[in-house]
Design a protein around this ligand. Structure first.
Ligand code: PTJ
Length: 249
């Protein structure tokens, strides 16, 4: 993770500094919106209280998410300006390991930013990036926020949505899609409506989902077991308990 910035790896806040640098660079490159800076700040506060680690219930969620992606008919990983800036190569790797498509889908949608993100993902090895056609719609949302690719998120049975807006997460759920949400706030509407809420920093969550997918690939029984073992309500309760009571070091 250290190729893009000169930070001392032994700094106690190394990961946090690297993350901030990536989001800042994302804004400079036209990938991340300025609101993305604010969203990152909010996320960081939760991560600090979680102890900046993947708690056990989040790891179980990441394993269940990997199982859903592998067993889907048509899985799609939605990519916004924050996700692209923070984990571009990791998203491409997840897509390769699980067979899920990558689709750029923005809350504050501009064609320019979609193109910039698609280019950035291609620079990181993506061969097929969806999101540019925008010929499908999510019912119940205003025009710009409703746009998706008909053969991408529009047709997906399983969607991984990192850092998603609550309205859209709810609308996607109403379309009957299985939603896997990465969000550090266990009380966010996106986390609450998710089939699998992953309360973890996206920089840890995506590589961990990929690791579980490597382990579960080709084993439908193990995939089903990971799905059955996961309980969304207890994962949300456990994350909130950790945030409220956790021991900060
Ligand atoms: O690029 P766009 O236009 O699609 O916009 C993306 C943002 C994130 C700006 C947009 O979707 C937005 O405004 O989101 P919200 O409503 O601020 O929600 C973002 C959620 O993600 C909040 O609950 C944060 O706590 C959480 N979050 C922020 N950074 C991270 C995070 N969760 C996991 N990992 C992070 N690094």
């Amino acid at each position: 993770m250290s190729e893009d910035v000169d930070l001392p790896e032994n700094h106690p806040r190394y990961e946090s500094l690297l993350t901030r640098h990536r989001i800042e660079a994302g804004v400079d490159r036209g990938i991340t919106s300025r609101q993305g800076l604010i969203a990152q700040g909010r996320g960081e506060a939760f991560d600090y209280l979680l102890g900046e680690r993947t708690i056990d219930s989040a790891d179980a969620a990441e394993r269940a998410a990997a199982a859903y992606l592998l067993s889907a008919e048509h899985a799609v990983v939605s990519v916004n300006g924050n996700a692209a800036a923070l984990v571009p190569g990791e998203l491409v790797e997840l897509s390769e390991v699980t067979g899920a498509a990558l689709e750029v889908n923005l809350f504050n949608r501009t064609e320019k930013r979609i193109e910039a993100i698609a280019d950035y993902l291609r620079e990181h090895g993506a061969t097929d990036v969806k999101g540019l056609t925008a010929d499908g719609r999510i019912p119940g949302l205003d025009h710009e926020r409703a746009k998706v690719d008909a053969d991408g998120i529009g047709a997906a049975d399983v969607v991984l949505v990192p850092l998603e807006d609550g309205d859209r997460a709810e609308a996607l759920g109403e379309m009957g899609k299985t939603e896997l949400v990465v969000d550090l706030n266990p009380r966010s509407r996106s986390a609450e409506v998710a089939t699998v809420p992953i309360i973890d920093n996206i920089i840890r969550a995506i590589p961990t989902i990929t690791e579980h997918a490597r382990d579960l690939r080709g084993d439908p029984d193990a995939q089903q077991a990971a799905i059955d073992a996961f309980d969304a309500d207890s994962a949300l309760t456990e994350a909130e308990r950790t945030i409220r009571e956790g021991d900060l070091e």
